[in-house]
Write a protein that binds this ligand. Structure first.
Ligand SMILES: [Zn+2]
Length: 125
């Protein structure tokens, strides 16, 4: 991948990172707001669960975006973490923070290998 392409993805990732970080901060503000008594308990529990699920998803997305930016720093961006093959530009355009090529992502989705663990190892390294 040439420098111009890397810069392009870097910009996309930085924008996404700022957007997600902002969203997560706003969510914190909502969480500490007082609960109106009038609201139905069950509905409230459901909404809370949904909010937590969204938060989880956005947190892990943010983590992936940060890891992708780290890979841009160390020059490994655009290479699949699992098989070391180049990730197709079409896939990077759709999911710029992906650590895997489409084949490995599908394998990870089928739990053929533990994807989150290898990401944690990368974080620790
Ligand atoms: Zn791969």
């Amino acid at each position: 991948m040439n420098k111009t392409e890397v810069e392009k993805y870097k910009k996309i990732l930085e924008t996404k990172q700022a957007e997600l970080a902002r969203g997560l901060r706003n969510r914190d503000d909502i969480a500490i707001e007082k609960t109106p008594d009038a609201l139905d308990e069950v509905q409230l529990a459901g909404e809370r669960e949904l909010a937590i699920r969204n938060l989880d998803r956005e947190s892990s997305l943010l983590r992936n975006v940060r890891l992708a930016l780290a890979r841009i720093q160390d020059g490994s961006y655009g290479t699949c973490l699992h098989c070391d093959e180049e990730i197709k530009p079409k896939r990077l355009d759709a999911v710029p923070w992906t650590p895997y090529c489409i084949r490995c992502q599908e394998a990870a989705d089928r739990h053929e290998f533990e994807s989150s663990e290898s990401l944690d190892e990368l974080l620790a390294a």
